[in-house]
Design a protein around this ligand. Structure first.
Ligand code: 5GP
Length: 216
């Protein structure tokens, strides 16, 4: 997950645009599938998006910045935040904790921004239970071989961790039937174009448009 985003010309809704309401989009998919890269391409196309920065107890990877890619916390601090109910959801993923800080998400939504949560399936189901209007999008790899190749190329996990992540990915794909959309990341451009189309379509839903236009 990565930071505050500007840019792009993705205004939509014409004169009513200022009345668009922020929506929550949850993006899940196996680690290594390229969610971060797809999001970067998407953010060049669309305005008014806030990408939530998660907290995690996993070690920082080279190139990752604290507060930008994640808030890196020790387990003790993470547990304190759970106890203070500061997470919209949290989950354990391959031996580490990950959680979505509630405050930022709510502030962004109140400001009328779309919020993207890049979280795993367990977390997505927790958010869906609390916020049934959230839109769930699953990003799948073009094949398992390709996913293994991408995880290996990344070079950040041991062969054993890679096998754990692959197994976890297969389980996630099987349990993703609660998702509203499936995007296959064959190329970044295709996947980002599909995501963009989904977000636009969600803002064109008749009930919301009628409420805006009829002033309800
Ligand atoms: P990674 O260690 O590769 O950055 O992330 C591992 C997995 O944790 C990914 O599937 C990612 O989407 C998920 N993840 C990242 N942040 C959160 C979060 O805040 N909550 C939950 N439930 N999962 C997260």
């Amino acid at each position: 997950a990565a930071g505050e985003i500007r840019g792009g010309s993705g205004e939509y809704g014409g004169e009513w645009a200022h009345m668009n309401r922020g929506k929550t989009f949850i993006i899940s998919g196996p680690s290594g599938v390229g969610k971060g890269s797809v999001l970067r391409v998407l953010l060049e196309k669309r305005n008014h998006i806030y990408v939530s920065v998660s907290a995690t107890t996993r070690p920082q990877r080279p190139g990752e910045e604290d507060g930008v890619h994640y808030h890196f916390l020790d387990v003790e601090t993470f547990r304190q935040r759970i106890a203070r109910d500061e997470f919209l959801e949290y989950a354990e993923y391959v031996g580490n904790f990950y959680g979505t800080p509630k405050e930022f998400v709510d502030t962004a939504m109140e400001a009328g921004r779309d919020v993207i949560l890049e979280i795993d399936v367990q977390g997505a189901l927790q958010v869906a239970a609390k916020r049934p209007e959230a839109i769930l999008i699953f990003i799948a790899p073009p094949s398992w071989e390709e996913l293994e190749r991408r995880l290996t190329l990344r070079g950040t996990d041991s062969p054993e961790k890679i096998q754990k992540r692959l197994l976890r990915a297969k389980v996630e794909c099987q349990t993703a039937d609660a998702y509203h959309y499936f995007v296959i990341n064959d190329t970044l451009e295709n996947a980002a174009a599909e995501l963009d189309a989904i977000m636009t379509a969600e803002h064109c839903k008749s009930r919301e448009r009628m409420e805006i236009i009829n002033g309800n």
